[in-house]
Write a protein that binds this ligand. Structure first.
Ligand SMILES: NC(=O)C1=CN([C@@H]2O[C@H](COP(=O)(O)OP(=O)(O)OC[C@H]3O[C@@H](n4cnc5c(N)ncnc54)[C@H](OP(=O)(O)O)[C@@H]3O)[C@@H](O)[C@H]2O)C=CC1
Ligand SMILES: O=C/C=C/c1ccc(O)c(O)c1
Ligand SMILES: [Zn+2]
Ligand SMILES: [Zn+2]
Length: 364
């Protein structure tokens, strides 16, 4: 309880420019405010968005930038008005750490859609400081944006649920796509996609993985439990699967054609875009008109949905498939993620990496 007497200096691993290379960086955290929770980071997942941001794919990156938004840690201190958490509890932090609390999305508890949302990194907090993410020893976060990690979930397992997990859960819930027996497609079998297979299977769906090669076929079917597998470059297989899916969760992080995937949808089917792509995607209008199909997008999930997906995973005994690495490996991990060489999520063991001892690297 109580607030820190002074600002605390911590070490995070920051990108200094659009090479996206991370190196140790010292910065100060704000003093613990009345509603703040101080989180000692244990684990942080690596999402493809961390590459987009560190490498400035969206043209809005500010440096130094400490990425990381799948954060699990231990509460080490709370502000005097914090009611939800106590020191010693294991908690999670995701993509959003602030919102206006007054707009329609905020009032509807879908604060991720608030136009005044504050991102957990590459943003500016209400006190004017840059926000910094979870590849750091410590974060200070408003209790509203902190979730409890339920008993029965290992902290490193929980990390990918805070972005990848809720990102697939939220649109399935919102669009009424949780009913058993639905036929779903997961386009792009990476961090988000593999959670898509697991969550959709747990809802009782028939799940087809749509991948860019044959490489992941055996693991998709045998390890993740997918029911069918399509290689999007196999036009015969794609044609045979036309008009078969109720929805597709599209996680591809680069420009790609939509029409071959729209053709897989049944009447009223939904193509749900997840990938952050800074170039226009295109399709001819009959591809959606002749079948009343929809193309939509979805952005992570709310804090309430994050709590729900964590409990959903406990209840269903659902785990993420992760490779745990130390912070010293983070640049290799980012490179491997970018070249599609991870099954399926890297999680950095931040607490086990002694990052406070690392000498700071000069900015380039
Ligand atoms: N909307 C939202 O709220 C969220 C959006 N995202 C975004 O979703 C996208 C996917 O994220 P994530 O799952 O972490 O990414 P991953 O890199 O883990 O997975 C992406 C998958 O897309 C496929 N792919 C096809 N072409 C490429 C390519 N050229 N380079 C890399 N992968 C390719 C691969 O699957 P295969 O081998 O099967 O073809 C790959 O495994 C990103 O753009 C990310 O920013 C992430 C989280 C939340
Ligand atoms: O990984 C989570 C963030 C996703 C995201 C979606 C859209 C967008 O414009 C971003 O900058 C990030
Ligand atoms: Zn993410
Ligand atoms: Zn708002």
């Amino acid at each position: 309880m109580g607030s820190l007497a002074s600002e605390k200096t911590v070490v995070g691993w920051a990108a200094r420019d659009d090479t996206g290379h991370l190196s140790p960086y010292s910065y100060t955290l704000r003093k613990t405010g009345p509603e703040d929770v101080v989180v000692k980071v244990m684990y942080c997942g690596i999402c493809h968005t961390d590459i987009h941001q560190a490498k400035n794919h969206l043209g809005a990156s500010n440096y130094p930038m400490v990425p990381g938004h799948e954060v699990v840690g231990e509460v080490v201190e709370v502000g005097p008005e914090v009611t939800k958490y106590r020191a010693g509890e294991v908690v999670g932090v995701g993509v959003i750490v602030g919102c206006c609390r007054e707009c329609r999305p905020c009032k509807a508890n879908v604060e991720q859609y608030c136009n005044k949302r504050i991102w957990s990194y590459n943003d500016v907090y209400t006190d004017g400081r840059p926000t910094q993410g979870g590849f750091s020893s410590t974060m200070v976060v408003d209790q509203k944006f902190v979730v409890r990690i339920p008993a029965g979930l290992a902290p490193e397992q929980a990390a990918p649920l805070l972005c990848a997990g809720v990102t697939v859960y939220s649109p399935l819930k919102h669009y009424g796509l949780m009913a058993p027996g639905l036929r779903g497609g997961i386009l792009g079998l990476g961090g988000v996609g593999h959670m898509g297979v697991k969550v959709a299977k747990s809802m009782g769906h028939h799940v087809t993985v749509i991948s860019s090669s044959w490489k992941k076929r055996a693991e998709a079917m045998d390890d993740l439990g997918a029911d069918a597998y399509l290689n999007s470059t196999d036009s015969n297989g794609m044609a045979a699967a036309a008009d078969s899916l109720d929805y597709i969760i599209d996680t591809v992080p680069v420009h790609h054609p939509l029409e071959p995937h729209l053709a897989l949808l049944k009447m009223d089917g939904k193509l749900i875009l997840m990938g952050v792509i800074n170039q226009p995607l295109s399709f001819i209008s009959p591809m959606v008109m002749l079948g009343r199909k929809s193309i939509t997008g979805s952005f992570i999930g709310s804090i309430a949905e994050t709590e729900e997906v964590l409990q959903f995973c406990v209840d269903k005994g659902l785990t993420s498939q992760i490779e745990v690495v130390k912070m010293g490996y983070v640049n290799q991990a980012l490179e491997r993620l970018e070249r599609n060489d991870v099954r399926y999520r890297f999680v950095v063991d931040v607490a086990g990496s002694n990052i406070d001892d690392a000498p700071e690297q000069p900015a380039n």
